[in-house]
Structures are given as structure tokens and as C-alpha cells.
Design a protein around this ligand. Structure first.
Ligand code: ADP
Ligand code: MG
Length: 184
């Protein structure tokens, strides 16, 4: 009896491990308006309702990027597991941005919450609405620092470099300061 039970348990675990529909996805989330840390918490709680969250990086502070924003950003990386499609994940991210008060006025302008898909497993996509891996990630220290914390050895499917190597080679030298080790 015990053997049969363990066998089914084994099959269940195996199925989970090899389920080709489950992808590991990395998001970079953050903003520079309002109570930035509280907004990060809310975003993670909302993401937790839709996805299995596997890992959270610490929180990092960076000066505004792109020249059109004012206050510093808080950002963090989130590793999650999902059987949803890349477009579904993008849409959920946009819904959470809107729910948290995101207004789209100026490109790269101030925002309460930005949710970008950095990696979608090893998939490469170049559509009008969605590009993964995120095309700017390798030029942005504020992405590579939290990414290296949670997935240092993951290989970028196009550049064939690990997160750590991308960070070492990155030409962006802006300061990415550790703001807090955990969200909760
Ligand atoms: P940005 O993140 O570049 O500051 P926005 O958050 O306003 O700009 O996003 C603009 C659009 O970028 C989104 O509506 C989405 O369709 C598109 N987009 C393309 N690739 C991605 C990606 N990997 N992650 C998130 N959005 C993306
Ligand atoms: Mg965005």
C-alpha cells in the first residue's frame, strides 16, 4: 500500500518537474512615485494571487533613468512559475500597474509601478507588444543587480551570458544601492 502511494507521489512530482507548460519567468518591478516600498509589497501580493512566486530579490534604489523622471526608483526582481502564456503575463502585469495607479503620460516618465518581463524561460519573442528577453536589460544595472541576486547562473538565450557575466560587462555604471533585504 505504502509503495503504491509513494509511486503515485513520485509520478506527481515528476509531472510537476517535467510539465512543459510551466515556465520560470523573471519580472523586474518598481516605481518612483508614492510610497514605493508599500507599492512593491502590493504588487507582489497581487502577483501572488496569479502566479507561484519562487524567489524575490532584495530591494534596490537607483537614480531615475532616461532623463525624464525625478525621484529615485525602488526596484526588485521576482522569479515566478506559471503555465500562462507570455501575453497573459504581460496583460496581468499591465492590469496590476493600472490598479496601483500607473498613469502613462511621458515615455520613461515617473510611475507608481512598472512591471517588465525580463525572461520568459528561454523563450525569445519579438512582437510589437512584447519583446523577451527584455531588449534593454543588458544595458541596465538596475535590472542586472537584482537579477544576479536571484538567478546568477541563468544564461541569456540570445547573448549566451550568465546574469553575473552580463553585470560584469555592463557599460551602465550608475549606482544601484541596496535599500532593504526583504519586502516583509
Ligand atoms: P517601459 O517599461 O519601457 O518604461 P512601459 O511600461 O510604458 O514602458 O511599456 C510600454 C509597452 O512595452 C507595454 O505596453 C508593452 O506592450 C511593451 N513591452 C514590450 N516588451 C515588454 C516586456 N518584455 N515587458 C513589459 N512590457 C513590454
Ligand atoms: Mg514597462
Amino acid at each position: 500500500m505504502f509503495e503504491i502511494k509513494s509511486f503515485f507521489l513520485f509520478l506527481l512530482v515528476l509531472n510537476f518537474e517535467i510539465n512543459p507548460l510551466m515556465e520560470k519567468v523573471v519580472l523586474l518591478i518598481g516605481g518612483n512615485l508614492g510610497d514605493r516600498q508599500a507599492l512593491l509589497k502590493e504588487a507582489v501580493l497581487e502577483l501572488g494571487k496569479q502566479f507561484e512566486i519562487l524567489k524575490l530579490s532584495g530591494i534596490y534604489e537607483t537614480a531615475a533613468w532616461g532623463g525624464k523622471s525625478s525621484g529615485n526608483y525602488l526596484n526588485m526582481a521576482v522569479l515566478l512559475s506559471t503555465d500562462k502564456s507570455p501575453m497573459e503575463v504581460l496583460n496581468i502585469g499591465l492590469e496590476i500597474e493600472n490598479a496601483l495607479g500607473r498613469k502613462r503620460e511621458v515615455k520613461w516618465g515617473d510611475r507608481t509601478m512598472d512591471i517588465d518581463i525580463i525572461y520568459f524561460g528561454e523563450q525569445v519573442m519579438q512582437t510589437e507588444r512584447l519583446k523577451v528577453p527584455h531588449p534593454m536589460m543588458s544595458n541596465r544595472r538596475f535590472v542586472l543587480v537584482p537579477l544576479s541576486e536571484i538567478l546568477p547562473h541563468f544564461i541569456h538565450p540570445q547573448l549566451k551570458m550568465s546574469s553575473q557575466d552580463l553585470l560584469e560587462k555592463c557599460s551602465d555604471k550608475s549606482e544601484v544601492k541596496r535599500f532593504a533585504s526583504s519586502l516583509f
